[in-house]
Write a new protein. Structure first.
Length: 96
């Protein structure tokens, strides 16, 4: 059995199965699918937020010299990398 005929058979079976599902359940399944996709994007965003934070914790000197980070560094009034590390490491003292 080739993979193409196997894929066609699965799609045919899924279409036949879909007709046996009650309309309320198919709506719930669609909502569940949408929520799963939304949760996946939220997970990607949260991982994307953690990586820069870890970069600041491991090498604040490198981050302090990045031209893309300079507007944020100047807006926060930081003068050296230790201030960047202090603010990233302990967010409750951001006003210090």
């Amino acid at each position: 059995m080739s993979s193409t005929s196997g894929e066609q058979q699965i799609t045919t079976l899924l279409k036949r199965l879909w007709h046996h599902i009650a309309p309320r359940r198919s709506a719930q399944l669609g909502l569940l699918l949408g929520l799963m996709i939304g949760a996946s994007f939220a997970e990607i965003i949260s991982i994307g937020a953690v990586l820069p934070y870890l970069a600041v914790l491991t090498a604040p000197e490198r981050i302090f010299q990045l031209s893309a980070a300079q507007p944020f560094i100047k807006a926060l009034g930081m003068k050296n990398p230790s201030q960047l590390l202090r603010r990233a490491g302990c967010p409750s003292f951001w006003r210090a």
